[in-house]
Design a protein around this ligand. Structure first.
Ligand code: KIV
Length: 296
């Protein structure tokens, strides 16, 4: 395994000197026992913090739609919105690999569109790879993207862009036939050249079977313990999401509550006149002060 040292946040490591995580690095973790850590990121300050903390992969997910832009689903997210946020994340990422998520209708409309849009993630967005939802039916596209020098991360299982076909956000692969189909999807994507696979919303047994069937790393989200890595949506991780999080989320902080408490204190301080204080206000030289107040 050839993997860059743990993040710039590690004591004693000079941020500038930390090598970037690359696509071959990620492929090489297979069998090494080292787990890949991926989080979504959508903006510069968050990406900077996550990168410094040592996250391996920053995924600019199309979950941007639900988490940042206030859409009901990922379907309305556009290429322009994705590129805008990918650029911000790429500016912040010193070590982490940045992956741009191909939004709905950026690749389903044909190979030419898909290559052009995927290329924009690398050329304009600063990403190193793209992620595409779908199994076997995307294999030819994965090959075409590789021909255009674009590394591809696959995404199978619960694929949110298929929400209407699935009839909701439901765990996939519960029936034997479906589980077998997911294994076939994973193998087809690997054979087509995908360098890693996101496995979302499947029973742990399916996560294990898929991981055992392929030689590329699997990165699970709601896929159990046997994947080669794990990904969570940043807003779920820190408690910034709306409503109750899904079962597979472990919430590590309550940032939404911290922000609400800070805002409430600010409101109180402004209303009762204790903000700003003397030390939070600028002063002018004494002569100007006295002229202003009519002194001699
Ligand atoms: O858009 C996203 O956040 C994703 C993750 C759930 C993997 O695709």
């Amino acid at each position: 395994m050839n993997f860059p040292p743990e993040g710039p946040g590690s004591p004693g490591l000079n941020v500038q000197s930390v090598p970037k995580v690359t696509v071959p690095d990620l492929r090489s973790v297979r069998g090494s026992g080292r787990k890949i850590v991926m989080l979504t990121a959508y903006d510069y300050p968050t990406a900077r913090i996550l990168d410094t903390a040592g996250v391996d992969v920053l995924l600019v997910g199309d979950s941007l739609g639900n988490n940042v832009l206030g859409y009901e689903s990922t379907l309305p997210v556009t290429m322009e919105e994705m590129l805008h946020h990918t650029r911000a994340v790429a500016r912040a990422a010193r070590r982490a690999l940045v992956v741009g998520d191909m939004p709905y209708m950026s690749f389903q409309t044909g190979r030419r569109d898909a290559i052009r849009n995927a290329g924009r993630f690398l050329k304009e967005g600063g990403a190193a790879a793209v992620k595409i939802e779908g199994g076997r039916k995307r294999a030819a596209l994965v090959r075409a993207l590789l021909d255009a020098e674009i590394p591809v991360m696959g995404h199978i299982g619960l694929t949110p862009q298929s929400v209407h076909l699935m009839g909701g956000y439901r765990v996939q692969g519960k029936k034997t036939e479906q589980a077998r189909a997911l294994v076939d999807d994973a193998v087809a994507l690997e054979e087509a050249g995908a360098f890693a696979l996101v496995l979302e919303g499947v029973p742990e047994t399916v996560g294990r079977a898929v991981t055992g069937a392929v030689g590329i790393p699997t990165i699970g989200i709601g896929a159990g313990r046997f994947c080669d890595g794990q990904v969570l949506v940043f807003h779920d991780l820190v408690g910034l999401g709306e409503g109750a999080p899904p079962r597979f989320v472990r919430r590590y902080a309550a940032v939404g509550e911290v922000i609400a408490a800070a805002a409430r204190r600010f409101i109180g301080d402004v209303r009762d006149g204790t903000f700003p204080s003397d030390s939070e206000s600028y002063s002018a030289p004494a002569a100007v002060e006295s002229r202003k107040t009519g002194g001699s």
